[in-house]
Structures are given as C-alpha cells and as structure tokens.
Design a binder for this molecule. Structure first.
Ligand code: 3PG
Length: 335
C-alpha cells in the first residue's frame, strides 16, 4: 500500500516563503534512507524512525558500510537521504533517480556535491548547531590533554589565564567561547562574516585581521568550514606568528591546514603542539617527527555523543518531513 504525500510542482530549489508553492498529491511509498558509515547511537536511530514513520514514510538503514557500491545500491529508490560525513558526489546523485532531498545531519556539508545536487533539483540541507556542544567539549578536552603533556605525568600548563583564539565564531566557536570563559581564559575571535558587535556581546574580543588572532593567542581553535577559500589557508605564515608554547586545535577539517608547512614549522619549533580530530594525510610524519607534541583521534569523534546524535539525527528527520509536507526549505544550503 502506498502513502500519500505532498510534493511541490516544479523546481523545489526555487522555493521561497514569499513565492506561492503549487502542490500536488502523489500516491507512493516514500523511502528515507539513513546512510551512515559512522552510525548514530541507537537512541538517535529510534528517534529518527519515530519521526519518519509518524509521517507515514519508510525508513531504511545503511550503517557501517564499507563500499561505495552499497550506497549506490541503497540510494537508487530513495526519496530522501540522511547522511553524516558520507560522500554524496555526482555518482551517488546519478544513481538516486527519485531523490528530492539530502540532509547532512551535522554542520559541514563539504561532503556533498552541491552543484550536482542543484543540477538534479535535489535540495540539500544541514542541521546547524545541533552537534556544536559535543564538538566544543572535545576541543576543550584536547586542549587540556595537550597542555598536560598528553597525560605523561610531566609538568604541564593550565588553561586559566591563557589567550584562546577562535578562528570563526559560528555555533561551535560560540560554544567553545562559553566553556573557555568558565575556565578563566581570555577569549578572542575572528570571523569574516559575523559583525564585531555580535562577537563582543558574548564577552569575546573581536579581532579584525586573521594574523592578529594568531599573533595574540596561546591557543588557536579552528572552526572554519572547508571551502575553496579556506583549504590550506592555515599555513606557515600564520602559524609562525603564534607565541611560545603555542597550540593549534583542529576540530574543523583537515583540508584547511597546510600540513606540509605545519610539519616543517613543528620540526623547527619544538614548543609548538598540534591536536586534531581529523587525522592528517601526513599522520605518519607528524607521529614520527613530533611524537610528543602531536595527537589525533583514531576516527573523527567531535560529534560522536549520544546527545549530538539525537539532536542532529532527529532534526534531519523533522526537516525532511517539513520539506515534504510544507515545502519548508529554511536550512537549504544549495539555494
Ligand atoms: C559536522 O560537520 O557536523 C561535524 O564535523 C561532525 O561530523 P560527523 O557527523 O561526520 O561526525
């Protein structure tokens, strides 16, 4: 038996609240695919299922898959797709003949080919803010780990009184700022898009130029997305400005750091530490050359808490239902 659901007539990408949307009723079974190479906690999957089934749709799971072919196969008859950092490229979109919407349950959508999705009239959304606290807590945890010399028992440093620089003041940056203030840190931020007043309202010092942030702060925590403009932008010129005993924390994306230049700098500056939740391409070299000043998580785990899984996963399911039923495109990122 099929379910009826409303879909917009014409190109769903062009919806705006002001435009009149024409709707048509379609009799079919709507399949929502949850494809997570790194699965959500069971409580999150249960919550997603509840949202999807309450709407009369069918949820299919593809978890812990190891081959792209598994995703290509599963997506073939999916109307909606929920992913995490799973790659949704042109090939995946080509196979997804019925796909209307992809929701990245999380913040960064650099794993999705937006151009290819737009060309196929597939709406892409993210769920901003839903996993930010988890990522922020990990960033702070990694700072303490590095400042206490990776818990090797030798004399370390405290966060209290240190200057922390947030490179971007989005949802994660704001959460880090709140926690850092609790530790008695002096918080600075640079954000190309956020007005100074909005930064200062949070009790954070606004820095006007990127180099100033690196020059001023003992710790820099990266919260920029991976885009053509930001890739490789955290380079030697910036990092070499940092003061003695500098620490770079990366819970953003590995692509934003120029690894070759960071490695060279760390070989020269034995006071410089790097901790990252994104295993670098040059991991072996960092581990060999800077063993006592470098740490990476074995698998990206910033958003890997039950709370973040529930928040982001259920938000994704709700956004799909709201899009299909009401045409709501509030979180669309390929407008
Ligand atoms: C994000 O962009 O939301 C975070 O990097 C988390 O990614 P994940 O869902 O792959 O853990």
């Amino acid at each position: 038996m099929g379910f009826s659901y409303l879909i917009p007539v014409g190109n769903p990408i062009n919806h705006t609240k002001s435009k009149k949307i024409e709707w048509t009723t379609v009799l079919t079974t709507m399949k929502v695919l949850l494809a997570t190479e790194k699965p959500f906690a069971k409580a999150a999957v249960d919550g997603i299922r509840k949202e999807i089934e309450q709407a009369g749709y069918k949820l299919e799971l593809l978890e812990k898959y190891t081959q792209k072919a598994e995703l290509l196969n599963a997506v073939a008859d999916a109307d909606a797709l929920i992913v995490r950092s799973d790659i949704v490229d042109a090939e995946v979109l080509d196979h997804a003949k019925q796909l209307k919407i992809v929701v990245r349950a999380g913040a960064g959508y650099d794993n999705i080919d937006l151009q290819a999705a737009t060309a196929k009239n597939v709406v892409v959304m993210n769920t901003p803010g839903q996993n930010s606290n988890a990522v922020a807590e990990l960033a702070i945890g990694m700072m303490i780990y590095a400042f206490r010399n990776f818990y090797n028992g030798t004399t370390g440093l405290e966060l209290k009184g240190k200057k922390i620089g947030l490179h971007a003041f989005g949802n994660v940056g704001r959460c880090v700022a709140k926690i850092a203030k609790g530790f008695g840190m002096e918080v600075y931020a640079y954000d190309a898009f956020c007005p100074a007043e909005a930064i200062e309202k949070e009790g954070v010092k606004c820095v006007k130029e990127v180099p100033e942030l690196y020059k001023t702060c003992d710790i820099v925590s990266l919260h920029i997305p991976a885009t053509n403009e930001t890739k490789n932008s955290i380079n030697r010129a910036l990092l070499s400005l940092m003061p003695k005993n500098a620490l770079l924390v990366n819970t953003a994306r590995k692509e934003v750091v120029n690894e070759q230049e960071l490695l060279q700098l760390m070989q020269e500056r034995t006071d410089f530490k790097y901790v990252t939740d994104n295993k670098p391409d040059l991991h072996e070299s960092f581990a060999k050359e800077c063993a006592d000043r470098y740490f990476t998580t074995p698998k990206k785990m910033g958003a890997q808490t039950q709370e973040a899984n529930i928040n982001a996963g259920i938000a994704a399911a709700k956004q799909i239902v709201d899009f299909c039923v009401n045409g709501n495109t509030r979180f669309q990122v390929n407008k």
